[in-house]
Design a protein around this ligand. Sequence first.
Ligand SMILES: [Zn+2]
Length: 152
Amino acid sequence: MAALQGEDGLNYRERGAYLFLNPDGTVSLGPVKEGDPFVSGGVGSTGDLSYGGRDPAMIIGSVHTHSVGNFLPSTAPNGGGDRGHLHSMVATVSAAGGNGADVRIYIAAQTTPPADVDAYNAIHYYDADTIEGDIQANQPSIEVDPNGQACP
Ligand SMILES: [Zn+2]
């Protein structure tokens, strides 16, 4: 499937939301927060995400978009960025009585394939156990549902 361009695509602005596990086992998305359009170099931010009135103990992660080809979590000297967001979410969910150790951040972006291959929108995820190694290795983590294969 061709990746959408402009405001309808992933490569226009950062968007993010929490993921909640519902009592019936389904997953729902919290309110989607939109950041400013990506600036040169593809840097964006949504700022703090909203629980939308939901119980933070039910959070299983968050998902947000990056500009094209940027699947690695961002870092910041002050402990912010995506890495800071993950560790903050772990602490918040744990303090609320949820399963903080298992929360993940999911990063969605367009791929940057060779010229003769179509780009597509991919999602990679990170958790507290893997994020440091992935950042140090400069290597995106596990891709969710690669090539549209069914989940194991
Ligand atoms: Zn990010």
